[in-house]
Design a protein around this ligand. Structure first.
Ligand code: FDA
Length: 407
C-alpha cells in the first residue's frame, strides 16, 4: 500500500455536500480524497435554480425543522441546521465576493450564475489541499477491522484508496442522466443500515390521459392557487403558483405538495384563493350584466381556464343575468374545491429531490456517523427532504459541516 493512497478521509460524491465537507475537513488539517464518477463537477448545482442556484433560504427556522423538512424522524435535522445556518453560508459567499439576491419567500439566488457557487466550493477545497479524483468510477467499498488507519478500502479505476473514515455524499436518485445513482443506498445496505424507501419528491404530478384530456389544452397556463393533500390530522397546504402541463400539473404549488402526496390520495385545489367567487358573480349578475358567464369569470381567472371550465356545463355558458343563482354558486364552489387524484408522478427524470434515503435512526444527528464505525452519510442520500426554495442545499451544507467537524 503506497503512502499516496492513504488518506484521513475518503468522500464519495463531489456535489454540494461532498465538496463542502471536503473543503471544511481539509482546512481542519485532514488529508482528504474526494471521488466522483462524473466528468463534470457538481452538475446539480449548475442546473439548480434555473442556472442561478437557490442556495439557501432566510426563512429557515432550525428550532422548527419539521416546518420545512420531511423525514420519518422529523427532529433529526435540527442539530445540524442550527449549528450551520443560512447566515453562515451567506457569510461564506460574501467572503468570496459572490453577488446574490433574495427572490420570493426568503429564497437566495446567485446574481450571475450557479458557477459562482461551484467556484467558491472548489476554492475552499483548494484551500484545504483536497485531492480530487474525477472522473473516477468506484468499483467496491471494503471494510476491515485489522488496522484502524486503513479500515476502509475504496477500489476505483485509478486504483485503491484507504482511510479510517468514509463519507458517502452521492446524493439522491433524481436526474440519472447527469450522474445520479443509488450508490449511497447500496453502501448503506452493504453495512446492514436501514433505508427508508426512496420516492421522487418536488416532482410534477400526472393524470390518466382520458381524465386529463379536457385540461391538456391549458398546457403552459399558470395561476396562483391554494393546494392541499392529506386528511385532517396530516393536512398540508401551500399557497403558490400552479402550472398546467400536457400530462398534468406542475409549478411550485404542485412541486411542494408532491413531497407530501401519496399514491391514491386526492389533491384539493382552490383556483381563486384570494376571494370568494360566488359574491363576485352574484354582484355582476345584480348589475344586470349581459356578459357571457365565461367572460365575466375571466375578470378573475385566466380566460383560457374560464372557457375550459364553463364548457363542461350548458348552464355555465349563458349571459350572467340569465344564469340561475344556484348555477353560479355551483360554479364558484367547483373552482374553490377542485378535487382530483393524480395517477402518478413524472418520476426521477423530472424530480428535484429524493424523499426517503438512509434511515436517520441509523445516524448520529450531531455527526452524521452511522452505526458502522467510521462510515458517514451526508446530503440528499439521508432521509431528510427540504421544501422547494433553497432548503435542500442548506441541508447539504449543514449536514456536511456537522460531519466535517467530527472527522
Ligand atoms: P449531489 O447530487 O449534489 O451530488 C452527488 C454527487 O455524487 C454527484 O456529483 C454525482 O456525480 C456523485 N455520484 C453519484 N453516484 C456516484 C457513484 N456511484 N460514484 C461516484 N460518484 C457518484 N436544491 C436547492 O436547495 N435549491 C435549488 O435551487 C435546487 N434546484 C434544483 C434543480 C434541479 C433540476 C434538481 C435536480 C435539483 C435541485 N435542487 C435544488 C436539489 C439539490 O440539487 C440537491 O438536493 C443537492 O444537490 C444535494 O446535494 P448532494 O451533495 O447530496 O448531492
Amino acid at each position: 500500500m503506497s503512502a499516496a493512497s492513504v488518506f484521513d478521509v475518503i468522500i464519495i460524491g463531489a456535489g454540494a455536500a461532498g465538496l463542502f465537507c471536503a473543503g471544511v475537513a481539509g482546512q481542519r488539517g485532514l488529508k482528504v480524497l474526494l471521488i466522483d464518477h462524473s466528468p463534470k463537477v457538481a452538475e446539480k448545482i449548475r442546473i439548480s435554480g434555473g442556472g442561478r442556484a437557490n442556495f439557501t433560504n432566510r426563512d429557515l427556522d432550525p428550532r422548527q425543522p419539521h416546518k420545512h423538512y420531511l423525514s420519518e424522524n422529523p427532529h433529526f435535522c435540527r442539530s445540524a441546521l442550527s449549528r450551520y445556518t443560512p447566515a453562515d453560508f451567506v457569510s461564506l459567499l460574501q467572503r468570496h465576493g459572490v453577488p446574490f439576491h433574495e427572490k420570493h419567500k426568503g429564497q437566495l439566488f446567485c446574481d450571475r450564475s450557479a458557477q459562482d457557487l461551484i467556484d467558491v466550493l472548489l476554492r475552499e477545497c483548494a484551500a484545504g489541499g483536497v485531492t480530487r479524483w474525477q472522473p473516477c468510477a468506484v468499483q467496491a467499498v471494503r471494510f476491515s477491522d485489522a488496522e484502524a488507519a486503513t479500515r476502509y478500502t475504496v477500489e476505483t479505476d485509478r486504483g485503491p484508496a484507504h482511510a479510517p473514515a468514509l463519507v458517502v455524499a452521492t446524493g439522491g436518485l433524481p436526474v440519472p442522466k447527469i450522474g445520479a445513482t443509488d450508490f449511497g443506498l447500496r453502501v448503506a445496505r452493504q453495512f446492514g443500515l436501514k433505508v427508508v424507501e426512496p420516492r421522487p419528491a418536488l416532482v410534477p404530478l400526472t393524470f390518466e390521459p382520458s381524465a386529463w384530456a379536457p385540461f391538456a389544452q391549458l398546457s403552459g397556463l399558470a395561476l396562483p392557487v391554494r393546494i392541499a393533500t392529506g386528511d385532517k390530522s396530516q393536512r398540508q397546504s401551500f399557497d403558490e403558483d400552479l402550472l398546467f402541463t400536457h400530462r398534468g400539473l406542475s409549478g411550485p404549488a404542485v412541486l411542494q405538495i408532491s413531497s407530501y402526496w401519496r399514491p391514491g390520495a386526492a389533491l384539493r385545489i382552490d383556483l381563486h384563493p384570494e376571494a370568494a367567487l360566488e359574491p363576485l358573480l352574484l354582484a355582476a349578475k345584480a348589475q344586470a350584466s349581459r356578459k357571457q358567464l365565461p367572460n365575466e369569470l375571466a375578470r378573475h381567472l385566466p380566460q383560457r381556464l374560464a372557457d375550459t371550465w364553463t364548457a363542461t356545463r350548458a348552464d355555465w355558458q349563458r349571459p350572467i343575468n340569465e344564469t340561475p343563482d344556484k348555477a353560479l354558486a355551483q360554479l364558484a364552489d367547483s373552482l374553490h374545491r377542485w378535487a382530483l387524484t393524480p395517477s402518478g408522478t413524472e418520476g426521477y427524470a423530472k424530480a428535484e429531490v429524493m424523499a426517503g434515503g438512509v434511515d436517520t435512526r441509523e445516524l448520529s444527528s450531531q455527526t452524521m456517523a452511522s452505526r458502522q464505525p467510521g462510515l458517514y452519510f451526508i446530503g440528499e442520500v439521508v432521509d431528510v427532504t427540504g421544501w422547494l426554495g433553497g432548503y435542500n442545499f442548506q441541508w447539504a451544507w449543514a449536514s456536511a459541516y456537522a460531519c466535517a467537524q467530527a472527522l
